[in-house]
Design a protein around this ligand. Structure first.
Ligand code: PEP
Length: 249
């Protein structure tokens, strides 16, 4: 169907300058499939974006982990989409569950952020996912559909969006979704786009999985037809990230 495999590395709030240089040199030395086969985007903390951008191999790209919901100004501690564009940062992660849960970012706020970032020319990795309680109560699809709808309410062009399905119970826990569980939600999300956006969006949008992806489990997940790649947290700081990129083949 022509959806290029996408592997994102979310470094979260980790690393010293020295550690970041080491990760970049490991990535730069890694043998991976060509850019025709896989798109790789790594997301360091804001303060390391210029360093990573200037030293990272040219076939990999960088993302910020967040940006402000509108034009910059009197918003202490925030980083605007315009600043990212000014620095030449092409991607931004929006709506990560850590921000939704720890910083109370609502579905609507996330939707507004996605729309604003896109309007400034950024490409967006938009995250959705249910908590364990929501999964156990059978409301997974209802939750991820509501999170996706809040974005769809503000966005009609999905060409520059990658949707990351990240079940909260799998993030940083070592408890990965089974390939069948990931496929089920990805396929239902695709159906959601078919019904609520367009058949073209449903066929072309990349839906990637995140939650304890590792070198050991990536191949089985990548084999599922609606898993178009990964958003990787912990393992993106380690050499096994290269193995995860290779699962694109
Ligand atoms: C994430 O933070 O997006 C993530 C998927 O983390 P981890 O791979 O560590 O579960």
């Amino acid at each position: 169907m022509g959806r290029k495999f996408f592997v994102g590395g979310n470094w979260k709030c980790n690393g010293t300058g020295e550690e970041v240089k080491k990760i970049v040199s490991t990535l730069n030395a890694g043998e991976v499939p060509s850019g025709d086969v896989v798109e790789v985007v790594v997301s360091p903390p804001f303060v390391f974006l210029p360093l990573v951008k200037s030293t990272l191999r040219p076939d990999f790209h960088v993302a910020a982990q967040n940006c402000w919901v509108k034009k910059g100004g009197a918003f202490t501690g925030e980083i605007s989409a315009e600043m990212l564009v000014n620095l030449g940062i092409p991607w931004v992660i929006i709506g990560h569950s850590e921000r939704r849960l720890l910083l109370n970012e609502s579905n609507e706020f996330v939707g507004e952020k996605v729309a604003y970032a896109l309007s400034k020319g950024l490409k967006v990795i938009a995250c959705v996912g249910e908590t364990l309680e929501q999964r156990e109560s059978g409301s997974t699809m209802e939750v991820v559909a509501a999170q996706t709808k809040a974005i769809a309410d503000k966005v009609s062009n999905w060409a520059n969006v990658v949707l990351a399905y990240e079940p909260v119970w799998a993030i940083g826990t070592g408890k990965v979704a089974t390939p069948a569980q990931a496929q089920e939600v990805h396929s239902e999300l695709r159906n959601w786009f078919q019904a609520n956006a367009s058949p073209e969006v449903a066929a072309t949008i990349r839906i990637i999985y995140g939650g304890s992806v590792s070198g050991a489990n990536c191949k089985e997940l990548a084999a599922k037809p609606d898993v178009d790649g990964f958003l990787v947290g912990g393992a993106s700081l380690k050499p096994e990230f290269i193995d995860i990129i290779k699962s694109a083949e």
